[in-house]
Design a binder for this molecule. Structure first.
Ligand code: SF4
Length: 336
């Protein structure tokens, strides 16, 4: 990749629409989303399961098989170059080199038949010409960097000899070994207990600071978002409903869905008698997405206009924007 082409935004996704062809018709999993990621910053993508977070992440690295996946529209500009126009071979050069991914489940993401050191080296060897000794030294360095104790011994062990938290550290070592410019972490701490989760998040933050890596963090855990993210995108039914800085989203949420997500987070000072909030209903069927606001069926504040008219994105302060008729001053607010 031509480093002279570096721009402030390492990634720009423009009007991306991704569908899945199925026996029953087309599922519109991601519907015309646009966002950007500043170099060296962390962007969190949040939302319920099935909202399009992981499809968005996998589209960036082109891990989804075509077919059934159809890229209907849009651009994914990485350092100014459109990844959707790259050939398979060009993407192989980019994946694991300039862009790496950490997956949710380290149990199934590591190869159980290979020593972890070899797995770390194998990824790097695909992109860089290094000797066996250099590779082993690098694997030990990476295990040390992710705080795996006794890395000289552990480098020769198999994944089943590691605990879940240690396996996730190995996954991060594997992803970071080639010093990628962009790390995509898809629910990296979901399978871990809270103590190990905190250690892994600390680790990612340190690696980001040391290596200047930009991070996209996919999660449904708003505690993790508050801890890690600079900017946040809230997705629902394949669309972005709100985006802004972490302060905008947590202190001044403008979309009813964001407010509901925040109210569903358990609080330490909750009275025992208080019940946890949940969001009633289910997301719409993406075989036939609604013409109007996709949150209409579950929204307590819905108005007549919301059913059939998709709200435009409205810009608030800075880069904070949301897609809800309530924020449009000039719309006719008749409660449904
Ligand atoms: Fe609720 Fe209407 Fe806003 Fe959608 S546009 S979130 S239905 S108020």
């Amino acid at each position: 990749m031509d480093l002279n082409k570096q721009v402030d935004n390492i990634l720009e996704v423009k009007n991306l629409a991704v569908s899945f062809e199925t026996f029953f018709g087309e599922v519109e999993a991601v519907r015309n989303i646009s966002f950007s990621l500043k170099r060296g910053s962390t962007l969190a993508i949040v939302g319920e399961s099935g909202c399009g977070k992981s499809v968005t992440a996998n589209s960036i690295v082109q891990l989804l098989p075509k077919p059934p996946v159809l890229y209907k529209n849009g651009e994914i500009l990485f350092n100014g170059e459109d990844l959707l126009k790259k050939s398979n071979n060009e993407m192989v050069d980019i994946r694991g080199n300039s862009i790496s991914m950490v997956f949710q489940d380290p149990m199934t993401s590591l190869n159980p038949t290979m020593k972890v050191g070899n797995q770390i080296v194998e990824g790097v060897k695909r992109h860089k010409n290094i000797s066996r000794e250099e590779g082993k030294k690098l694997a030990i360095e990476m295990l040390d960097l992710v705080a795996v104790p006794q890395p000289e011994r552990r480098v020769n062990q198999y994944p089943h000899e590691f605990s879940g938290g240690m396996r996730q550290r190995v996954m991060i070592a594997l992803a970071m070994a080639a010093k990628p410019e962009l790390l995509i972490a898809d629910e990296p701490t979901t399978a871990l207990d809270v103590t190990v989760q905190a250690q892994i998040l600390d680790l990612m933050r340190n690696l980001k600071d040391e290596m200047g890596t930009s991070i996209i963090l996919i999660t449904h855990d708003l505690g993790v978002v508050a801890d890690m993210a600079d900017e946040v995108i809230v997705m629902y039914a394949g669309q972005i409903l709100e985006k802004g800085t972490v302060i905008d989203i947590f202190k001044n949420p403008k979309h009813p869905y964001t407010r509901k997500l925040l109210s569903a987070v358990p609080k330490l000072n909750m009275a025992r008698s208080e019940t946890l909030h949940s969001i009633d209903g289910t997301p719409p069927d993406l075989y036939k997405p609604p013409a109007g606001c996709s949150f209409y069926d579950r929204c307590d504040e819905a108005m007549v206009i919301c059913k059939d008219h998709l709200p435009e994105f409205l810009h608030h302060e800075g880069e904070h924007c949301s897609r809800c008729w309530l924020n449009h001053k000039d719309c006719v607010k008749v409660v449904r």
